[in-house]
Design a protein around this ligand. Structure first.
Ligand SMILES: [Zn+2]
Length: 226
């Protein structure tokens, strides 16, 4: 049946557009091989961790891939966010999870929490791209996803022409935790698609950090942090 479907709808690599071989899923082996991996999870002193320094405390933070204008990673994330390609998030999340579980810094994670979308945006898009990444991570790390505790209570305005300070102000306190007691003493892995200024994640962390005994780490699919 799978072969029959692929005759009518040829399976195409989401990275380069070439046909996929039978044993390939989502992206071809060549694109996979050339993905610009950061390996930040092997080093706690990495650019993503440093981004949060002096702002909020994180146990560990990392991002899987380098995001650059026009690169394959941008193309993949664009399809994940705007073209209904949820499978890209699950696939790359799963791959990333296999690397994260080998890192000593992510071994004690209890729950994976995706950065939530605002209700309206979720209705429009039909799914939360960060949740798809979280589902992939969950598959390979064997750690549950908790998508009901952290919610977004106000959509952010467009942030294109604002300074980092304005952006921080803009997203401040737009997240809330429904039952903080349920997260007491837990090590949470917050998941987002791309980390740039870290403002959105910072805002999430501010809402979680006062829960007694909580530890917060961050894993993003890609980073534009220099
Ligand atoms: Zn390819």
């Amino acid at each position: 049946m799978k072969d029959f479907i692929s005759i009518i709808f040829p399976r195409i690599c989401a990275g380069c557009g070439n046909s996929l071989w039978k044993n390939e899923e989502v992206i071809c082996h060549l694109c996979d091989y050339h993905l610009p991996r950061t390996n930040f999870h092997r080093d706690q002193e990495n650019p993503v961790t440093i981004t949060f320094r002096g702002r909020v405390h994180v146990e560990s933070a990392a991002a899987y891939l380098y995001f650059n204008k026009g690169n394959k990673v941008q193309r993949l994330i664009h399809q994940l966010k705007y073209k209904g390609r949820k499978d890209i998030g699950v696939f790359l999340g799963n791959q990333y999870g296999r690397e994260l579980i080998r890192s000593p810094f992510f071994k004690t994670v209890d729950q994976i929490i995706p950065v939530p979308l605002h209700k309206k945006k979720l209705m429009k898009r039909g799914y939360n791209q960060s949740e798809q990444i979280a589902l992939g991570l969950s598959e390979s790390m064997k750690i549950p996803v908790n998508k009901h505790q952290l919610i977004r209570i106000k959509a952010t305005e467009t942030q294109t022409h604002k300074s980092r300070f304005d952006r921080v102000m803009n997203v401040h306190e737009i997240f809330t935790v429904l039952d903080p007691l349920s997260l007491e003493g837990k090590h949470i892995l917050l998941v987002d698609d791309v980390v740039t200024t870290g403002a959105t994640l910072e805002s999430c962390i501010q809402n979680l950090q006062n829960i007694p005994g909580i530890k917060i780490s961050v894993a993003c699919l890609a980073t534009a942090v220099i």
